[in-house]
Design a binder for this molecule. Structure first.
Ligand SMILES: Nc1ncnc2c1ncn2[C@@H]1O[C@H](COP(=O)(O)OP(=O)(O)O)[C@@H](O)[C@H]1O
Ligand SMILES: [Mg+2]
Length: 250
């Protein structure tokens, strides 16, 4: 079976800093791959390379068997690969519904405005923003802004969704609610590559986990194997609250 996403020898250099270095990985249709690693490890940069915000210094990105390396972001999302941002980026002066309509119009299905509205209304219900559909994005709480990021990406009808710390900054109730949203997305067969610090969430959602450290892939495997990997424990012990995080208490 060919992988949905296949990344080979991916690297990027920022001046003297090699933020991502010779990273290889693949992801199957419908799979959830967790991407973890200390702050500054290069996780968000990998997303920027995959969705075309940054051109790689070297390497190749195959998506659905097509070489998308160096494609512009608008073209990548049209091809079925959507993302959220670690720092949420809603269109602040547009409503929840309008933000999602934009996602639909510029997504995989090339929807008409009417079809995009229809899709947006359904997705907004799915992520639990129904009551807020007419609210301007700027007036949402952070938890709702994160749901909006996901909703907007889902409106593009992606085959693969890249999620950058969608649980960060949420309280335990909001985290639990968001995990349910992510499980519902998984049930629809959308593959997910998710960057997350919250180990409980990674452990409960991911089929596999990949660990990045100093731009390089440090480990990859089942969640249980990865958290027991001595190299991973050492990388995390370099950060203050690492032991707790690995114990799933973070
Ligand atoms: N556009 C950029 N220009 C220069 N340096 C960058 C840029 N983007 C990220 N970096 C640097 O690359 C490293 C990895 O960043 P990032 O991918 O955001 O880490 P993570 O998401 O794992 O916390 C950091 O040292 C960061 O400062
Ligand atoms: Mg990041």
């Amino acid at each position: 079976m060919t992988a949905l996403l296949e990344v080979t020898d991916l690297s990027i250099q920022f001046g003297g800093l090699r933020a991502v270095s010779e990273v290889d990985f693949s992801l199957a249709e419908g799979e959830i791959l967790g991407l973890i690693g200390p702050n500054g490890a290069g996780k968000s940069t990998i997303f920027n390379l995959i969705n075309g915000v940054l051109p790689p210094s070297s390497g190749r990105i195959l998506f659905g068997g097509v070489d998308i390396t160096g494609w512009a972001p608008y073209r990548v999302v049209r091809h079925g690969l959507a993302r959220t941002h670690q720092i949420v980026r809603p269109l602040n002066d547009m409503s929840v519904l309008e933000n999602c309509v934009v996602g639909g119009c510029f997504g995989r299905d090339n929807l008409t405005l009417a079809a995009a509205r229809h899709k947006a209304a359904a997705v907004i219900e799915e992520v639990g923003l129904g009551e807020h559909r007419a609210v301007l994005a700027r007036h949402l709480t952070i938890a709702h802004k994160k749901r909006l990021e996901i909703a907007r990406a889902l409106c593009a009808n992606p085959r693969l969704l890249l999620l950058d710390e969608v649980l960060a900054g949420l309280n335990p109730t909001e985290v639990a609610r968001m995990i349910e949203v992510l499980k519902a997305i998984r049930r629809q067969g959308v593959a997910i590559l998710m960057i997350e610090h919250l180990m409980q969430a990674i452990m409960s959602l991911s089929d596999r986990v990949m660990v990045l450290n100093f731009g390089r892939k440090l480990a990859e495997g089942t969640p249980a194997a990865v958290v027991n990997d001595p190299a991973v424990i050492e990388a995390y012990l370099g950060t203050p609250d690492a032991a707790h995080k690995l114990a799933g208490e973070g």
